[in-house]
Design a protein around this ligand. Structure first.
Ligand code: LER
Ligand code: MN
Length: 264
């Protein structure tokens, strides 16, 4: 298992600066925005070669959502992700992360009833996943479906929601991407859920139960990392968290050290 991080202001401006700092702070890889990956591809590839720090994964940087209510926005999401997947394959990252949708509807907040019923949601998602499975296959990469908590998405909240769709469609180039923050809210037993989706997990997001840096909430990372080892997970775990006030860089180094002790 390897540690990655999303970008931070204190990593610097150029990708050579960023990747050099990321290594010094204690990470092996960078999770990058898809738009930036495409716009600065030559610079990023050179920085990867110069530093040995990898691009672990790609998150965001496309328009719309794969489960968007708006047909045009959904088509844009599929088209943009299809393009990003080519660069993702070329740089050797695990895949492009995509929730069903982020922040378009929650069944737990007013007006409570979404404009589409669950059957229609499922049909739409299956159609998007079918198209993206083909695009990922031809690019030589993968789509990583991220379940979000009930306040951020109403379609895919648990690992099993994503796994069932992927298995039903037989989508070999689509995987499940667990995020520890969302799992603390949605999964009854994180280790059991990780085991249930074991064959589909190639990348994970790390944050504590309150979205703060790992170590600042009540997530049992030691137990979860043992489970990930048990299921044979060898991919990247990318930190996606809010920052603590104060010396952000020092706190980040401390967090990376903490994560490494949890991995022992
Ligand atoms: C949003 O809460 C989140 O976890 C992101 O990774 C969405 O892709
Ligand atoms: Mn996430």
């Amino acid at each position: 298992m390897k540690l990655a991080t999303q970008d931070r202001v204190f990593f610097g401006d150029t990708y050579e600066q960023k990747l050099t700092k990321i290594k010094a702070v204690g990470f092996d890889g960078l999770e990058i925005d898809g738009r930036l990956l495409m716009d600065r591809f030559a610079e990023i590839r050179k920085a990867v070669q110069a530093t040995g720090v990898e691009i672990s994964s790609v998150c965001g940087g496309y328009r719309g959502w794969i489960g968007d209510f708006d047909a045009e926005q959904r088509a844009l999401a599929i088209r943009d992700i299809g393009e990003i997947l080519k660069y993702t394959a070329e740089i050797g990252a695990a895949g492009v992360i995509a929730p069903a949708a982020f922040g378009i509807f929650s069944r737990k907040l007013p007006p409570f009833s979404p404009p589409r019923n669950s059957d229609e949601d499922r049909e739409i998602l299956m159609d998007s996943l079918r198209q993206l499975n083909e695009l990922a296959k031809s690019a030589g990469s993968m789509l990583l479906v991220e379940p979000l908590n009930r306040y951020e998405d109403h379609m895919i909240n648990c690992l099993d929601d994503a796994a069932r769709l992927i298995r039903k469609g037989g989508f070999n180039a689509v995987k499940v991407m667990p995020d520890f923050f969302h799992m603390q809210i949605e999964e009854p037993d994180i280790s059991l859920s990780l085991k249930g989706a074991a064959d589909l997990i190639t990348h994970v997001h790390l944050a504590d139960s309150n979205r703060l840096p790992p170590g600042q909430g009540h997530c049992d990372f030691r137990k979860a990392f043992l489970t990930l080892k048990e299921i044979g997970f060898t991919g990247y775990m990318a930190v996606e968290c809010e920052l603590l006030p104060g010396n952000e860089e020092a706190a980040y180094i401390e967090m990376a050290d903490y994560l490494r002790t949890c991995m022992l």
